[in-house]
Design a protein around this ligand. Structure first.
Ligand code: PGA
Length: 229
């Protein structure tokens, strides 16, 4: 079995100073983690700080979005080309972006195509089955799909590992068995092991549980314990 993929989604919560503090809080514990692949998806302004702090560690960095445009007169946009070499992963189509910024399935597909040109792995978020179907044309570029039902995000009401596993199977059947499928929505230190122990689920995407260094560490420690049990 591949190492579980743990994708921390910091959302809009950190300044550069807070990023420094978070990394100081975890660095000695996390850099030796060999049983999981950890990816921190941070606000754009924190990415180069994180890249420096994580140099020579096995932690990876992701952005939380990318422009649907390639380059040009699009004031304020951050393109895949700009992120190339800085991040290894990028979240695409998070439900908060679809809801608050009107992001469409078409935008999501353009972003995936742009990322592929710069060897950045797209982590594509979907909350329902119809969104998987819209990925058909770009399926070959998708590295990871996050199943994150809306009712479970930010609510402390996670989906069941069994349902998440069924959805993972549907996604793999539709796209490719090699695509990774992870679960997001109220993942925390008490339930992380239950999701990871489902064979179809390749990892998790914690939001709030990743915001404080000590909570994140406890969650990762619980994951380790659940993997040796
Ligand atoms: P949460 O966020 O862990 O705070 O529920 C999950 C998500 O962003 O998908």
């Amino acid at each position: 079995m591949e190492k579980p993929l743990i994708v921390a989604n910091w959302k809009a919560t950190k300044t550069i100073e807070e990023t420094n503090n978070w990394v100081q809080g975890i660095k000695n514990n996390l850099e030796n983690i060999t049983f999981a692949q950890i990816v921190i998806c941070a606000p754009y302004i924190c990415l180069s700080t994180l890249a420096n702090l994580f140099k020579d560690t096995n932690l990876k960095i992701g952005s939380q979005d990318v422009s649907r445009f390639e380059k040009g007169a699009y004031t304020g946009e951050i393109t895949a080309e700009m992120l190339g070499g800085l991040v290894q992963y990028c979240l695409v189509g998070h439900s908060e972006r679809r809801k608050n910024f009107g992001e469409t399935d078409k935008d999501v597909n353009s972003k995936i195509q742009n990322l592929a040109k710069f060897q950045i792995k797209p982590i594509v978020c979907i909350s329902e089955e119809s969104q998987v179907e819209s990925l058909k044309e770009v399926g070959e570029f998708v590295d990871t799909v996050v199943y994150e039902p809306i009712f479970a995000i930010g609510t402390n009401r996670p989906d069941t590992p069994e349902n998440a596993s069924k959805m993972a199977q549907i996604i793999k059947n539709f796209l490719a068995n090699s695509v990774k499928v992870i679960y997001g929505g109220s993942v925390d230190q008490t339930n992380i092991g239950n999701f990871i122990s489902e064979s179809e689920i390749d990892g998790v995407l914690p939001g709030r549980s990743s915001w404080k260094a000590e909570n994140f560490l406890t969650m990762i420690e619980n994951l380790r314990t659940s993997m040796v049990d």
